[in-house]
Design a protein around this ligand. Structure first.
Ligand SMILES: Cc1cc2nc3c(=O)[nH]c(=O)nc-3n(C[C@H](O)[C@H](O)[C@H](O)COP(=O)(O)OP(=O)(O)OC[C@H]3O[C@@H](n4cnc5c(N)ncnc54)[C@H](O)[C@@H]3O)c2cc1C
Length: 456
């Protein structure tokens, strides 16, 4: 079997199945999608049509207008691209938090085999063969067969394998094209009905859509184009200066699969070669750091627990358990951006408004939650909760890995400090020295006041 493919159950292929089903749970795109391509090859091999399926549940605790809107904004374009290839698309939007789902069962009942994305989502229990394809990573997770403990140890492995995997995904061609509409099973989504569909769902209507990020392929592509045209050449110099906006802002689109890391890497590499730019710093983040996070999520027994930290970090957390925390904030104070530090409050407001925080200040955001929480365990649960609630790139391998990085994962011991022990600390004075804190705070105040970006 292909290195990207994992068998998820021991059920047989259904001989009476009418189609191969691509159950899209992560990679919501036609372009550069190894899972869709593998599903198409399977359909051709079985001489069946291919049907794409997606179901946006509202049953998870932090389902809200923000996440529903972002997903729905991607649906019309995905549907039209699939239909051009002869692939019917069934999109289902349960309005209630239900676990029994006859509409879902009706789709699965006619599938000969189900192909899905290899992702953090729980494996569904099906009575038909289920295979998962890793379409999120450039180097497939299975090609690095054990957990790596730092960037320096995974970097040479990735670079050795890149020539093999940093190549475009071939275009999809189906032998059996279908025009079936599945009208009884499908929720029709258009740009015009998104708000009303979201309003019908039993989700948290108190978390509005992002002030800044619209979902979908066109928005993802525009973000990449802007990065290539304006930001890539400044990236290495300015990526740690939030007010200069030199990073790609692609993480929400990578998380929802509206764009793939492989196609971004190829576009950046080619653009850099054509314009004599240096792309190494960006590709280090997009490939090495991101795939280190996927490696952690793939092999770690737990993602949301301090127990997976290295021994030195666990020891120092224990040794500083009784250190005085002053100030000490509650999760609700963090959520409301009500600490004494106006820079930290601005980062939290950025999360609440945009749905992500600039990478450099995101480290500060996490480190200060450790410093001002009653315990390391409380700090971890606050960070995860706030990501689940607001982050458009949350619940991702990057989320868990980077939050745990704040506690020492993939890092090394630093000189001893109160509360942190030997875990790396960050302070306001360092932020003042290295970044333009005032510009950033002004920018977030403007966003909060107007709901609009100062610089689009
Ligand atoms: C406490 C904390 C929480 C974080 N939570 C998330 C999260 O929920 N989701 C998320 O995608 N990233 C998270 N990050 C990592 C990083 O901050 C974001 O990936 C980055 O800021 C996204 O912005 P961008 O797309 O403009 O990044 P760019 O600098 O343009 O980078 C391009 C891409 O490379 C990847 N990347 C960049 N930095 C990292 C990194 N440190 N580790 C792994 N991959 C990286 C991302 O996919 C990113 O979109 C977190 C970092 C910290 C310190």
């Amino acid at each position: 079997m292909d290195e990207r493919v994992r068998l998820l159950n021991d059920q047989p292929t259904r001989p009476t199945g009418r189609y191969v089903l691509y159950w899209c749970r992560w990679n919501r795109r036609v372009e550069s999608n190894h899972a869709l391509r593998y599903a198409a090859e399977t359909a051709n091999r079985l001489d069946l049509p291919l049907v794409a399926y997606e179901r946006l549940s509202c049953a998870y605790p932090t389902a809200s207008d923000r996440f529903h809107t972002f997903v729905l904004e991607g649906v019309p374009h995905f549907e039209s691209q699939l239909r051009k290839l002869g692939i019917p698309y069934i999109f289902q939007l349960p309005r209630r938090k239900t676990t029994r789902d006859p509409l879902r069962d009706a789709v699965l009942r006619d599938a000969a085999i189900v192909i899905t994305d290899d992702c953090l989502r729980a494996t569904p229990s099906l009575d038909v063969r289920l295979e998962a394809v890793d379409a999120s990573c450039i180097v497939p997770m299975n090609a690095i067969p054990q957990r790596s403990y730092a960037a320096y140890s995974i970097r040479p492995k990735i670079h050795r394998l890149l020539p093999k995997y940093l190549t475009p995904v071939p275009a999809i061609q189906l032998r059996r094209r279908s025009r079936e509409t599945f009208a009884d099973l499908h929720t029709h989504v258009t740009a015009k009905n998104i708000a009303s569909l979201v309003a019908e769902c039993d989700i948290d209507h108190g978390i509005p859509p992002s002030t800044t990020f619209r979902g979908g392929r066109a928005a993802a592509q525009a973000c990449l184009d802007r990065f290539l045209a304006d930001r890539l050449r400044r990236y290495a110099r300015d990526k740690n200066e939030p007010s200069l906006h030199a990073t790609s802002d692609l993480s929400p689109y990578l998380h929802y699969g509206h764009i793939g890391a492989l196609e971004v890497a190829l576009a950046v590499r080619d653009h850099a070669a054509a314009h004599k730019l240096i792309s190494a710093e960006f590709l280090e983040e997009l490939i090495v750091r991101r795939e280190l996070a996927h490696n952690f999520a793939h092999y770690s027994p737990k993602l949301d627990s301090l127990s997976v930290l290295p021994g030195w970090a666990l020891k120092t957390i224990e040794a500083h358990r009784l250190d005085t925390r002053d100030p000490r904030n509650t999760p609700a104070q963090f959520d409301a951006a009500e600490t004494y530090d106006d820079l930290w409050n601005a980062t939290q407001k950025e999360l609440r408004l945009r749905g992500k925080i600039h990478g450099y200040y995101r480290m500060y955001w996490g480190k200060k939650i450790i410093e001002w929480s009653a315990s390391a365990e409380d700090a971890l649960s606050t960070m995860l909760w706030l990501h689940d609630k607001y982050a458009l790139d949350g619940d991702d391998p990057n989320t868990y890995t980077n939050i745990l990085w704040c506690f020492g994962l993939h890092d090394r011991p630093w000189p001893e400090r109160p509360i942190y022990g030997t875990i790396r600390s960050m302070g306001r004075a360092g932020m003042e020295r290295k970044t333009d804190v005032d510009s950033y705070i002004r920018e977030i105040q403007y966003l909060e006041r107007t709901g609009k970006e100062l610089t689009p």
